[in-house]
Design a protein around this ligand. Structure first.
Ligand code: ADE
Length: 241
């Protein structure tokens, strides 16, 4: 997978790939990262990339010209590039999106700064537009990294152990059961005794109960979704019989 980060601030992003699982994937050639700075495409004599908003409003908006030229350039180099804009005005990014996007060969993340990006750029070039949550960041760079990281974990050869993708939160509507490491007792706090007895079916049912409890506490709407899916599943099994 190749990622292109279209950003005025590549330094904000570069550090993340210098020391992580993703660095290993880059060294192995599974991932490739490049940066494209719209400022390098600005036709303004001072390389300006933003201006006040037409029609008024606070703050500066990123001009269309540098982004049009940067993205045209990118598409000329690779017609398969899939262009994603990061903005709070979009649908929320979820795990299923991460899995689906992992099948692409080249993704470009366009990060906005200032008050945002001229809408005509998004209209013309966006294959998809994502928000990472209902809050406003100072720019889309962090959001791009979040999506890039979540997508990358689903690409073969990125995680050391493929099993770690098997039963994770959001693979089903239930949150993952808690995990424990050694020692079994630490500062008087013990791992749940069932985990220690080696009866795998009992461990499985305890983990399921803990999963349900965590989901009920932290994400009750997910538990409702799980119960609905479970009911539909049971009814269709009954119908088959
Ligand atoms: N840029 C600023 N805030 C954002 C958010 N919540 N998601 C994606 N991009 C953003």
């Amino acid at each position: 997978m190749k990622y292109t980060f279209v950003t005025l601030f590549p330094n904000l992003i570069e550090g993340y790939f210098k020391d992580s699982i993703l660095k290993r994937a880059i060294d192995k050639g599974v991932l490739e990262i490049e940066y494209l700075n719209p400022r390098d495409f600005s036709k303004n004599k001072h390389f300006k990339v933003d201006d006040t908003a037409v029609g008024g409003g606070a703050g500066m908006v990123m001009n269309p010209q540098p982004l049009f030229d940067a993205l045209d350039n990118l598409k000329q180099e690779d017609e398969d590039v899939y262009i994603i804009f990061m903005t709070p005005v979009a649908k929320p990014f979820v795990q299923n999106d991460a899995k689906r996007l992992a099948k692409r060969s080249h993704i470009a993340f366009v990060s906005g700064r200032y008050e945002g990006i001229d809408e005509r750029v998004i209209e013309k070039y966006a294959d998809e537009v994502y928000s990472i949550g209902d809050y406003i960041l100072t720019g889309g760079e962090l959001a791009s990294l979040v999506v890039c990281d979540a997508v990358s974990r689903n690409i073969e050869g990125v995680l050391g152990n493929a099993d770690s993708l098997e039963i994770e939160s959001f693979e089903t509507p239930l949150l993952e059961a808690p995990s424990f490491s050694k020692p079994q007792k630490y500062e008087g706090l013990s791992v749940p005794s069932e985990y220690l007895k080696g009866n795998h079916s009992k461990i499985r049912s305890l983990k399921f109960a803990l999963s349900e409890a965590k989901t009920k506490f932290f994400r009750p709407e997910q538990l409702i979704k799980y119960n609905c899916l479970h009911t539909i599943d049971t009814l269709s099994q009954k119908k088959k019989r």
